[in-house]
Design a protein around this ligand. Structure first.
Ligand SMILES: Cc1cc2nc3c(=O)[nH]c(=O)nc-3n(C[C@H](O)[C@H](O)[C@H](O)COP(=O)(O)O)c2cc1C
Ligand code: SF4
Length: 518
């Protein structure tokens, strides 16, 4: 009987040689006359273990990793096809503590299934949410999403149900669902992972959104750096169309919905929803003033739902298990689960989906295993390049939108980037201003000019030129950007800058002092 061996096809696994590992397993199996079927699954999200090879045994799936092509012969020698002992072995995959501690609702299938198998998708509860949505009145679907407490996972944490209701209530001959898959935040990869590892969940989520608000057309807007995600999504869309999940009659219902993938030209600001819409329309990716809201006048001037991949990929489980099931996870006004992405100087980088409420420190020190360098933790930046730097004294902050805001930060797309004590926070503050200057769309003065003046001011502090006066100036500049910018690029750049200055004042000491201290 053929033994099933799983070798991920996720970009993170490919980057560390997954294709070569798969070929080596195939070659070795042929040479030894062993019958092996290789399935190219998505990633389990334990990136430090990639390439993570799994073998299906009668006891469950057994994991080995990180596997290199040169390890393959010894894996066969150790009898890995029957779960044999090897120094790269981790036992049953679902018992690995990093995976076992998670609550996987959105990522339930990722890494488990073959991403392009609809049979696999159906076998693991897929399409049940869509079937339920079809059986309900569209307004009831919107109500379910509202009642679930789901908030946008793209950055702002805006309630998804309220956005959908605005679009549903707007009268128009055409409405759109736009999936924001630009994923520009540093250290984030959840959107990519789900598109590569479980594309049908996004298709299902978008089809449900279409039915709920009366939209017949959807677009996934993503970046050119995601060629594998684009290829998987396009193939999955073609399969869904062929199988009647997309098209003139969604799963035999009276609802029509179809979708396609569009690739951006590459700019951080094109992740901002109005800039994204301009880019999707073939225009320059420049921010539009609000109002009008995209929900009322969005793509081509029509009512449009713009939601992040994670928001839309969370819809099927809500519609399958019910609003209350989802709502019961989390704390306060942060309901459900949040797929946190662990990156930077972390021992165990990867994707960790958990109910809201986990303390930041537990995530860094226990789950993430602390720094990979073995040096003390200095800071963590949560929420991408516009997120604040938190020192260890703030590590009791729990993952909850309100708790992060109260601590002067933001969850954003839940990217977590760790820095050890070698990080220079003045350089990080300068980087934030420089990033803003490079990525600014140029529409408003506080961001366009302020960011460049910000770089100059940080440089003056670094050079010891009137440091106290320039620190006051920097703070003043940050306030102007915070309160005077048109969008969050200029409006949130002050967060990393001011948090660096507030929590790490020693790094902003004038040069002579800094040199003396070193
Ligand atoms: C500069 C900037 C970049 C952004 N980049 C992204 C992005 O890459 N992906 C995303 O989903 N949202 C991004 N956003 C947030 C979007 O404007 C918008 O709030 C989001 O797509 C709405 O979806 P949600 O409600 O599901 O979160 C960005 C916002 C700003 C200001
Ligand atoms: S804040 Fe920056 S990116 Fe946003 S509209 Fe103004 S110039 Fe453009």
């Amino acid at each position: 009987m053929s033994v099933t061996v799983f070798v991920p096809r996720d970009a993170a696994a490919l980057a560390v040689g997954a294709d070569k590992v798969a070929s080596a397993i195939e070659r070795e199996a042929t040479a030894r006359g062993q019958d092996v079927t290789i399935v190219r699954n998505g990633s389990r999200g334990m990136l430090w273990l990639e390439v993570l090879v799994e073998v299906r045994t009668e006891h469950g799936r057994i994991a080995y990793g990180p596997v290199k092509p040169s390890d393959v012969a010894s894996l066969f020698d150790a009898g890995f096809l029957t779960g044999g002992t090897h120094h790269l072995g981790h036992g049953l995959t679902h018992d690995i503590p990093f995976l076992k501690g998670q609550t996987r609702l959105t990522f339930a299938r990722c890494g488990v299934t073959y991403p392009l198998s609809l049979d696999d998708y159906r076998h693991y509860e897929g399409l049940k949410g869509l079937a339920n949505a079809i059986a309900m009145a569209p307004a009831e679907v919107v109500k379910q999403v509202t009642d679930s407490g789901l908030r946008g996972r793209g950055g702002a944490g805006f309630p998804t149900g309220i956005k959908w209701k605005t679009v549903a209530d707007a009268a128009a001959d055409q409405k759109y669902i736009v999936c924001n898959a630009d994923e520009g935040d540093s250290g984030t990869f959840a959107d990519r992972m789900i598109m590569e590892g479980d594309p049908f969940v996004l298709i299902e989520g978008m089809a449900i959104a279409g039915i709920a608000v009366g939209a017949t057309k959807g677009y996934v807007y993503t970046r050119s750096e995601y060629p594998h995600a684009i290829a998987v999504m396009e193939e999955a869309i073609a399969i869904a169309r062929r199988e009647g999940i997309l098209g003139a009659s969604v799963m035999g219902s009276p609802y029509a919905f179809d979708m396609e993938v569009r690739m951006g030209a590459g700019a951080y600001v094109c992740g901002e929803e109005t800039s994204l819409l301009n880019s999707l329309e073939g225009k320059r990716g420049i921010v539009r003033a609000k109002p009008p809201l995209p929900a009322l006048q969005g793509l081509f001037g029509k009512p449009t739902v713009v939601n992040n991949v994670m928001s839309l990929a969370s819809i099927p489980v809500i519609m399958d298990r019910g609003a209350q099931f989802y709502r019961d996870f989390g704390v306060g006004r942060s309901h459900g689960t949040i797929p946190i992405q662990l990156a930077g100087n972390l021992k165990h980088g990867g994707l960790y989906e958990t109910a809201f409420g986990l303390p930041l420190g537990q995530l860094i020190n226990e789950i993430g295993g602390g720094t990979i360098s073995g040096r003390p933790v200095k800071a963590v930046q949560v929420g991408g390049p516009l997120g604040a730097y938190f020192p260890p004294s703030l590590f009791d902050t729990i993952f909850d939108y309100e708790a992060f805001t109260a601590a002067g930060g933001l969850i954003g797309h839940a990217g977590v980037v760790l820095f050890d004590d070698t990080a220079d926070m003045l350089k990080q503050a300068r980087f934030a201003m420089e990033f803003c200057a490079i990525e600014s769309c140029g529409k408003c003065t506080p961001c366009r000019i302020g960011s460049t003046r910000g770089v100059e001011t940080v440089d003056k502090i670094a050079q010891g030129i009137e440091p106290e006066k320039n620190k006051v100036l920097l703070e003043d500049l940050c306030n102007t950007m915070k309160f005077g910018s048109l969008c969050a690029l200029g409006g949130f750049t002050p967060y990393p800058v001011m948090s660096a200055l507030t929590h790490f004042p020693e790094d902003f000491a004038p040069t002579p002092v800094r040199e003396a201290a070193e």
